[in-house]
Write a protein that binds this ligand. Structure first.
Ligand code: APR
Length: 279
């Protein structure tokens, strides 16, 4: 990130009245939440997230998929918003018509001070029945237990294998609760590969991107559609796109300014560049 690029991005932000901040997994990376394409750790390293995050995986092995999402949710509960989340909240406080659109399923924007981000991919904190869609309360958020350790040399569990039973087995499987209405297994309230995005969130995102005067994209590989089209909608309609990412992405092609670096450093610097009095 060079001085002139930061100054130009700061000028665009200071001039904006209806910015959209569009975030992906890189936004939460410095909070210790692994990005989706990061290597999985511990118990989960033998699984490909793209294979766990599917309706077919849940049908084949609900306890495996529920256990993985509960492990991710516990990881998020242990994480704190980073200075990048706080900088996004500072932008929204300065410019009340800011719309924050996130692909993340964590709650770090909210805890960082953004009241109601548009959630394109759902939330780890809003499970629902897999059959009748009834929203279901979470087991308990207090206190988050540690993840179970990797079993030494244990057999490799496979998707579709019998759940090993118990509330939480050493292989990470966790039987999902049953729906209070119909008894079907409760599923994570997230959007899986192959599923449609929530209609209301998608139309709110398209509307905001269509009417924005700056789109700030942060920490997304821009590989997963249709979410990745949101910055393209803004660019097509003439809004400048500013990107924060340590590495190139397909959005480089439409960016007015590329700020190469981590969100937790670049975003606070961007806020200072836009509003030197911000303190
Ligand atoms: N600051 C900014 N960007 C970062 C940082 C950081 N500290 N660390 C990593 N990144 C960038 C990576 O360079 C990468 O481009 O964040 C991006 C993360 O990409 P993905 O893991 O693909 O996450 P995302 O773009 O949010 O994926 C979209 O795909 O897998 C599904 O539903 C899942 O919501 C997710 C969606």
């Amino acid at each position: 990130m060079s001085g002139p690029e930061l100054a130009e991005a700061g000028r665009l932000l200071a001039a904006a009245r209806r910015p959209v901040v569009f975030t992906g997994a890189g936004m939460s990376a410095e909070s210790g939440v692994p990005t989706f394409r990061d290597a999985q750790t511990g118990l989960w390293q033998r699984y490909d997230p793209q294979e766990l995050a599917t309706p077919a995986a849940f049908r084949a092995d609900p306890a495996l998929v529920w256990g993985w999402y509960e492990a991710r949710r516990r990881g998020v509960l242990r994480a704190e918003p980073n200075p990048g989340h706080r900088a996004v909240a500072a932008i929204a406080a300065r410019l009340p018509d800011t719309v924050v659109i996130t692909q993340n399923v964590d709650d770090l924007h909210e805890r960082g001070g953004v009241a109601a981000p548009v959630r394109l991919h759902g939330s780890l904190f809003a499970p629902r029945c897999s059959a009748c869609a009834r929203p279901t309360p979470l087991p308990s958020d207090l206190p988050p237990p540690a993840d179970p350790p990797e079993p030494p040399g244990g057999p490799e569990p496979q998707i579709g294998a019998e759940p090993s039973g118990g509330p939480e087995s050493p292989d990470g499987r966790l039987t999902p609760p049953a729906c209070a209405d119909c008894g079907a297994p409760v599923r994570p309230g997230v959007v899986w590969f192959g599923e449609a995005l929530p209609e209301a969130a998608l139309s709110a995102a398209v509307e905001a991107a269509s009417g924005c005067d700056l789109l700030l994209t942060v920490g997304t590989s821009a590989l997963v559609h249709p979410a990745a089209e949101i910055p393209l909608v803004a660019a097509r309609l003439g809004a400048p796109v500013v990107q924060v990412n340590p590495v190139p992405t397909p959005l480089d092609a439409v960016c007015a300014v590329n700020l190469r670096g981590p969100a937790g450093e670049v975003l606070p610097a961007l806020v200072r560049a836009a509003w030197p009095d911000a303190g």
